[in-house]
Design a protein around this ligand. Structure first.
Ligand SMILES: Cc1cc2nc3c(=O)[nH]c(=O)nc-3n(C[C@H](O)[C@H](O)[C@H](O)COP(=O)(O)OP(=O)(O)OC[C@H]3O[C@@H](n4cnc5c(N)ncnc54)[C@H](O)[C@@H]3O)c2cc1C
Length: 424
């Protein structure tokens, strides 16, 4: 890592998902110096793991591509991947930030040819596909990865395979001696955009996510529907690889529930409605079990379109529990609250619409920050010039996350402009 030049007129953005990317680009395009830190080896965040976007049902790769072009074209913006903030001290207009950068073991000479990956045998769970498939120990996060640079999994270091990867690289891009680096930077304002993570479905005992192979989560389902995902875009049952044609969606799985997430993530209804379109496209049938459908604004049009699809039915009910028959078919039990009839419905596959929680636990922030009961960052004067963007502040869709990130960029610009004004 070369010298990172930063001053109290620099804006630091932490988290390279759609919110952090948007905030960083907006500030950089206003002429501000910006550093964008991302923990993982690639920018893109969870949006890059989606198959399609609601409400337009376009592919996220399109929006990401446009943003990546803006990043590449802007000299004011510096991206550092595999980087996390260890500590923040100081005040608005003058923060000192300690950053830790994990070793990638691959330097900027990498041409992304893939020879290193072909040379190694070690395989690990593929995080990008939520562990639904394995990836090599020398890997590119995804086709859309930015930077387009391979990574050597640290668990491979010291093995024969690591040497094979190094020997296979014709451009000398693999450096197995790379170490963690630390740096301290001075910045004027910080935009915190560390996003969300899916609620842990294992905690919802009655739905048997950890017992039944054919119970999956909504984020996994996005990968299952994707042509570059673990099943090549076919919706196959994890238990036997048969195509799933009769799929149940359980809404509020662990949300609006005193024992799990108390809040409504707002996204899950729209995400499931969107996912029923993936099923209909493949000539399957969907049943949505719901308490109430929360689709707002123009998104309600999308709900009406899905309601008109004869392959999609709706049952107003909080599913009580799931059992499995001898063929691995999940059977959903509960009471339909419209007719007050008990049901025991068999499906091929169940998708749990799990909610969104902050990616950083309440006690793990490296600075003092005001958070609410759910662990999301609150806008508060005591936060100084640390502004939350996107899902670090609430469960939001992309449209709202980007609007909010743009607002955060404006607040940060105001702070560094003031610093510049004082320094003449
Ligand atoms: C099943 C499902 C489907 C969805 N489908 C849609 C849809 O179709 N349309 C739509 O508009 N919205 C959809 N959403 C919502 C969408 O995913 C979010 O709006 C979006 O991901 C918000 O982006 P973000 O940048 O705020 O957070 P994230 O996408 O979570 O990005 C945060 C980034 O910060 C990084 N990071 C985390 N911690 C650190 C750290 N300590 N240091 C540095 N970096 C860090 C992460 O690696 C990540 O890159 C869906 C959500 C779900 C659950």
């Amino acid at each position: 890592m070369g010298d990172v030049i930063a001053t109290n007129q620099t804006i630091l953005v932490v988290g390279g998902g759609i919110s952090g990317i948007s905030a960083a680009i907006e500030a950089a395009e206003c002429g501000k110096q910006v550093i964008l830190l991302e923990k993982s080896p690639s920018l893109g965040g969870r949006v890059s793991q989606l198959h399609k976007y609601f409400p337009k049902l376009c592919f996220p790769s399109c929006g990401i591509e446009i943003n990546l072009r803006r990043i590449k074209a802007n000299k004011n913006l510096r991206v550092i991947t595999m980087a996390e903030v260890a500590k923040v001290t100081g005040d608005a207009g003058n923060y000192s930030v300690e950053v830790k950068i994990a070793p990638r073991f691959v330097n900027e000479k990498c041409t992304a040819c893939g020879d290193c990956s072909n040379a190694v045998e070690s395989e690990f769970d593929d995080e990008f596909n939520y562990g639904l498939k394995q990836r090599k120990g020398a890997y590119l996060v995804s086709n859309m990865a930015y930077p387009q640079r391979y990574v050597i999994d640290p668990r491979m270091i010291g093995s024969e395979d690591a040497n094979k990867a190094k020997d296979a690289c014709k451009v000398g891009a693999i450096d197995l001696q790379m170490q963690e680096e630390s740096l301290t930077i001075n910045v004027g304002a910080i935009i915190w955009a560390t996003g969300w993570k899916p609620y842990d479905a294992k905690k919802i005992q009655p739905y048997g996510y950890d017992r039944f192979a054919n119970v999956v989560t909504n984020v996994e389902f996005e990968r299952m529907a994707d042509a570059f995902g673990p099943t090549g875009g076919k919706i196959l049952r994890p238990s036997d690889g048969k195509e799933a044609k009769n799929i149940a969606f359980i809404q509020c799985a662990g949300s609006r529930d005193e024992n799990h997430l108390k809040h409504c993530s707002r996204i899950c209804c729209m995400a499931s409605l969107k996912q029923t379109t993936y099923v209909s496209e493949r000539e399957g049938k969907s049943t949505v079990y719901y308490i109430d459908i929360r689709a707002i604004d123009r998104i309600d049009d999308f709900y009406q379109k899905v309601q008109a699809d004869e392959n999609v039915s709706f049952i107003k009910s909080k599913v009580a529990n799931i059992i499995e028959d001898k063929d691995g078919n999940p059977i959903l039990k509960g009471v339909d609250t419209e007719g007050y009839n008990r049901y025991e419905n068999q499906h091929d596959l169940v998708v749990l619409a799990t909610g969104m929680e902050p990616s950083i636990p309440a006690d793990a922030f490296p600075m003092d920050i005001k958070i609410n009961e759910e662990g999301f960052i609150e806008a508060d004067e005591s936060n100084g010039a640390i502004f939350a963007a996107g899902c670090s502040s609430d469960a939001l869709d992309v449209n709202r996350a980007v609007q909010q990130a743009t607002g955060a960029a404006l607040r940060a610009i105001q702070v560094v402009n003031k610093v510049a004004g004082m320094e003449g």
